[in-house]
Design a protein around this ligand. Structure first.
Ligand SMILES: [Fe+2]
Ligand SMILES: [Fe+2]
Length: 274
């Protein structure tokens, strides 16, 4: 009898918002300690994940010192790591800080940081939604063309599509005001034509949110550090220190993909059932 297919896992961290060493976000949140805890948690996961994807807002203000700090904090990870940009990032500073991450400079992607990764029985497509200097996201014709072309290359390979700004409204007023404001309708038309997209995985919202989008499911994961307070409707925006979490995407063949949300930190247990 053939051995059962192995399980594969991809860890998704988001919105790490690293500052230069010794600084706290808003004078209160130790984003570096939060990422250290996430890294330790990942190192204990079994089976060993195929890699770790960070879905943007890697640092808080795009400075070279903060990217150097991020690099140092990620160093204990012996797994492949893939980095994406969010609205707090600076493309060139990121590329300069991680020169061996060759995928960050892809001539096909022009000036954007978007790329593909071949995982076991799964293709990862990372899409750049950033507008330099702005909080909201956009998909211009160039990026949408790249997406259409990239998806058309591998129509039969189960695909995880990753982007910082989610392509849906969350009903949290101030976050929707800085959501994906341009190119969304065309993006949905493209997704509708590519049934190999099993999940659209995003950050930016600092909360866990899921939404149907065409034939697939789009979702965001919490931040490793601070969370956006859940204020439905009009909101001015505030944050909380609710538990941080990571996304754990798990599959064997590909279309059997499921996503677990795994709180980061020490909690009592596990306790065996009698
Ligand atoms: Fe963020
Ligand atoms: Fe963001």
């Amino acid at each position: 009898m053939p051995a059962p297919a192995a399980h594969h896992q991809l860890v998704q961290l988001s919105d790490t918002h690293i500052l230069s060493p010794g600084r706290l976000l808003d004078g209160r949140v130790d984003t570096a300690a939060a990422l250290r805890a996430a890294v330790q948690h990942i190192k204990a996961l079994t089976p060993v994940p195929a890699g770790v994807l960070l879905t943007g807002d890697l640092v808080d203000a795009g400075s070279p010192a903060s990217y150097a700090h991020l690099r140092q904090l990620l160093e204990p990870l012996t797994l492949p790591v893939w980095l994406m940009v969010g609205n707090h990032d600076h493309r060139e500073a990121l590329q300069a800080a991680f020169p061996e991450h060759r995928y960050l400079i892809d001539p096909q992607a022009r000036r954007f940081i978007q790329y593909t990764v071949n995982l076991p029985n799964m293709r990862l497509v990372a899409l750049d939604t950033v507008v330099p200097g702005a909080g909201h996201g956009a998909l211009c014709a160039q990026r949408l063309d790249w997406l259409e072309h990239t998806l058309a290359e591998e129509p039969d390979k189960t695909t995880l599509l990753a982007m910082h700004h989610p392509p849906f409204r969350t009903h949290i007023g101030h976050m929707d005001a800085m959501g994906l404001l341009e190119g969304r309708d065309e993006f949905i038309r493209i997704v509708s034509r590519h049934h190999q997209i099993e999940r659209i995985i995003c950050g930016h919202i600092h909360r866990s949110v899921q939404c149907r989008l065409a034939h697939t499911v789009a979702m965001t994961v919490p931040s490793t550090a601070h969370q956006i307070a859940l204020e439905v409707g009009e909101s001015r925006g505030s944050y909380t220190l609710e538990p941080p979490a990571m996304g754990l995407h798990v599959w064997r063949a590909g279309p059997d993909l499921v996503t677990h949300l795994l709180p980061i930190g020490d909690y009592p247990g596990p306790f065996a059932f009698d």
